[in-house]
Design a binder for this molecule. Structure first.
Ligand code: G3I
Length: 364
């Protein structure tokens, strides 16, 4: 080989071996976003901040008022989940009145940004309007209220929702149905679950219909209960398509190392799986600023959750419950804990952000 040719070959080999700077993209030549880094067909999502705890905070509605937030929402993610805006108390504030303003705006935003939407949620024990919870409707009335709601809401977004969290958090830690807190299960019995899935499927045959819960990352009594229920429902021909673990983790507890094993049990039934509400909270030091060791451990938890999903056939949606600490629900609910998301208040990136991106890129 001529010396010049030899030099060219050597330089090319060196360039290939040299590690890429963390922010460079091999294909785009610019700072690659999470959605650009993701494998084809894999959805990387976030909750869309609004409603719920935000209403008690001293800032305007994040989704409609925070421009830098909206920019990142559109560029970084390929899936969005309304954090509160599709819950009953927002969509159905009075018995005979629906309010789709906030939910419609999110669905329109998603379409403009070529994103899919995860609908959240249709049957839950929490965030139901007072007119519903504090009433004495007969079972027949409740059933027709629920059926009308599901038809109206799912039908309105027909063809525009990729996955619906149809039933949310219906089991307790011991694997018992939440028959006390959940008005639907309490008043109508467990048979209502199959009905809701059927109504939702009729209203939008394209949407994938999910059970969604927290504390079901690993193999335990609660995830066992879902597995048994889903097997039973599918044997009866009920249109259940997916099972999702929320993924609200804390550095106080060990990582659920059997996450992948658990998701695989559902995947083996032919179901879609997803991780839908990921965040990793930690005890904040007195300074309020996490240590480097905490941030590294947090990044490790994010990485392991994402890798588990990437490794499971049919797990093609991974959603974080907000991408900036500025709007996280965690400090509101857990005193002394926080810093649970992948970006600081000013949207600068934590190690967890970088590790998500490199893990997505490695999965291409
Ligand atoms: O119920 C009171 C109401 O009576 C009062 O008028 C109102 C105004 O102060 O507050 C109401 O409670 C708020 C609730 O949203 C209802 O809007 C809580 O303070 C507020 O903290 C709550 O937050 C939401 C929470 O769900 C409620 O469960 C969060 O914004 C939202 O991030 C969170 O999201 C849930 C998922 O939907 C399901 N999985 C767990 C996840 C985190 O909790």
């Amino acid at each position: 080989m001529k010396p010049f040719r030899l030099l060219t070959v050597a330089l090319t080999a060196l360039a290939l071996l040299a590690p890429l700077p963390a922010t460079a993209s091999p294909t785009h030549g610019h700072d690659e976003s999470l959605r650009e880094a993701a494998p084809r067909g894999f959805r990387i999502g976030t909750a869309v901040a609004g409603g719920g705890h935000h209403e008690t905070m001293p800032y305007p509605d994040p989704f409609t008022a925070d421009k830098p937030y909206r920019k990142l929402l559109g560029t970084e993610f390929s899936s969005v989940s309304p954090e509160n805006q599709m819950k009953w108390e927002y969509l159905h504030p009075e018995r005979d009145r629906y309010d789709f303003t906030a939910a419609d705006a999110i669905v329109r935003f998603a379409q403009r940004h070529h994103q899919v939407v995860r609908g959240h949620t249709l049957l839950w024990h929490s965030q139901n309007p007072d007119w519903l919870e504090n009433s004495d409707f007969t079972p027949a009335q409740l059933r027709s209220i629920l059926r009308d709601h599901v038809r109206k809401v799912v039908g309105r977004y027909r063809g525009q929702i990729q996955q619906w969290d149809v039933a949310n958090e219906i089991f307790t830690e011991t694997g018992a149905l939440r028959t006390t807190e959940n008005i639907w299960l309490r008043e109508l019995g467990p048979g209502i679950i199959a009905d809701v899935f059927r109504w939702a499927h009729q209203a939008d045959p394209h949407a994938k219909l999910f059970f969604n819960d927290y504390g079901v990352e690993g193999v335990n009594a609660k995830s066992d209960a879902y597995l048994a229920l889903i097997q039973q429902l599918r044997a009866q021909g009920v249109p259940v398509h997916g099972f999702s673990a929320q993924g609200h983790l804390s550095l106080r507890y060990g990582f659920p190392a059997d996450l992948e094993t658990n998701l695989n049990r559902f995947s083996a039934l032919g179901l879609h799986t997803a991780i839908t509400e990921v965040d990793v909270r930690m005890d904040l030091p007195e300074s309020g600023v996490p240590t480097d060791a905490q941030l590294a451990q947090q990044a490790d938890y994010y990485q392991r959750m994402l890798s588990a999903c990437l490794n499971v056939r049919g797990c093609d949606s991974f959603t974080i419950w907000g991408f900036t600490d500025k709007y996280s629900w965690v400090p509101v609910f857990f005193e002394g804990e926080g810093a649970a998301t992948v970006m600081w208040d000013d949207f600068s990136r934590k190690p967890a952000y970088h590790v998500l991106r490199s893990t997505l890129a490695a999965g291409r």
